[in-house]
Design a protein around this ligand. Sequence first.
Ligand code: G6P
Length: 626
Amino acid sequence: MCGIVGYVGHRTSADYLLEGLRRLEYRGYDSAGIATLSADGQFDVVKAVGRIDALAERLTERPLLGTTGIGHTRWATHGVPSEANAHPHFGGPADNPVLALAHNGVIENYLALKEKLLDEGYAFTSSTDTEVVAHLIARSLAKFESRGAEFLDEPHALLRAAVEDALAKLRGTYGLVILFRDYPGLIVAARQGSPLVVGVGHGEHFVASDASPLAGRTEKIVYLADHQIAFITADALEVSHREHGRIDHLVHDLTIDQTDVELGSFPHYMLKEIFEQPEALENAMRGRLNDEDGSAKFGGLNLTPQQLRGVNRILLTACGTSWHAALVGEYLLEELARIPVEVEYASELRYRNPPMEHGTLLFALTQSGETADTLAALREMKRKGYPTLAICNVVGSTIAQEADGGVYLHAGPEIGVASTKAYTSQVAVLTMLALFFGRLRHLGFEAGKRIIGELRKLPDVMRQTLEVNAAVRQLAGKYCHATNFLYLGRQFNFPTALEGALKLKEISYIHAEGYPAAEMKHGPIALVDENTPSVFIMPQGFVYDKVMSNLEEIKARGGPVIAIAPEGDKQISRLADDVIYVPPVEELFSPLINIIPLQLLAYHIAILRGCDVDKPRNLAKSVTVE
Ligand code: G6P
């Protein structure tokens, strides 16, 4: 959803801002804008509805020259996508605004605040909640300026007092970047529930709502936390906390570089990320396989060995694709660790009141670390006293910061809206967690060693699997006109069926349903006809024959069948209309392999239908609203 960038330094800020906004396009947006501030306190602003290209065109017609600036991509919440509603917004008198501001998040009490500001004579030009924040800060600034003498000691004391005073009146979430007319060369950033990072350069600073606009610009990053306000000039970064005043901030190494956020030779990020999966898998496993103990090891669980041994129930919560990874985790953890596992949609869990059980451990799975429902579920469970861990990709994200501990995926930035490499990395981490908890219980050393051996082979098996790309592209040509698809699998691959169907829905807008293969008789079979393809996931294993019977039932009703089956399966080609052969692996690991042809199938069908796979309609990469 919305994205923020900011720049203060010696270069023309609009260049970085525009490039930064392009890097944030993946989050989903419908309009964009940039405001700059010149050294003599003049604001300049350019906005456009639609793609960043439209904004770029405007900027070519009317270049913005200031060396301090902020930019924003907006995903409409309050008010339609329009130039008037696009950020940045201005605060103070319409003919001489005192500040410009861009905002991510939602202000819940904006209507009441707006009424008050209207009564006081503030004029509004948009329907946004953001403009309320702009005027509110302008109002506090005017109030504190009239008491100027109190603030002579510290350089930013007056601004801090004004911003804090205004923010205290807000209910909701915000990541804010603000330019003040009378403070050229300064950006003020504040966060509460919506992420902001600062990139530290030489004689320049960058601000953004995630790290991707920083890649290639700097190698040093500061993650702002809730209740913090940053005062950022070309040469200095000063951070203060609402309650503790000025605080020291930690500067981290930025772990992503420019190639991670660029397309390279791929036509789309989704395809690039599908092909990055073998490497992502290696990164997820690096340093985590422990041959000596025949187990896995994790540096950040932050639980004592006693606490870990005391875990007798695991709750996995997530949204979207991450929820599907959690479902695979349920099968894995129960199989290897014999621990009861429940998987809950975060949007349900946050309002449920599950009975507390001693020894319950919560894992929140999230690529972005920012999904509003997952964050709320984590907070709720934390409040109730569960230890909460995160399985997360984005370093320094809100969920990563708020969880008691966790495991990073190290998959690198995932930019395509449809999640691919984060999914397989999550499944890999869950496999290692299942091994880890299994080895704390009944799983023997030899069994652990064998699993480690198999895990080590998987990146290469994935590389071989990706060779199906050409065959899948051809298959896509045959089926791209279908309007309904069924995806069917069982046990470990029931979630694969759900995820395969979700991929197709998300990017090709074809209706698709994933089902446990045997459940198909209880409803979806009514959909089967000669125009409705069924995709069967058919690994060798103890349910193979059962799934084969389900497949026969579809064939008997004239439905076309596409099967994903391991090389060497001699029977399948006699029944299925089309087969995509993948390298054989143990059933336990097969979700990691079987999902690859399904990701590719969705991708190629979407391309053939002319869809924008990286920015599918109505979807956002990071869903920061409830
Ligand atoms: C959005 C994205 C999905 C993603 C889901 C959960 O819906 O479009 O691809 O799976 O959010 O996101 P998370 O970052 O929490 O994994």
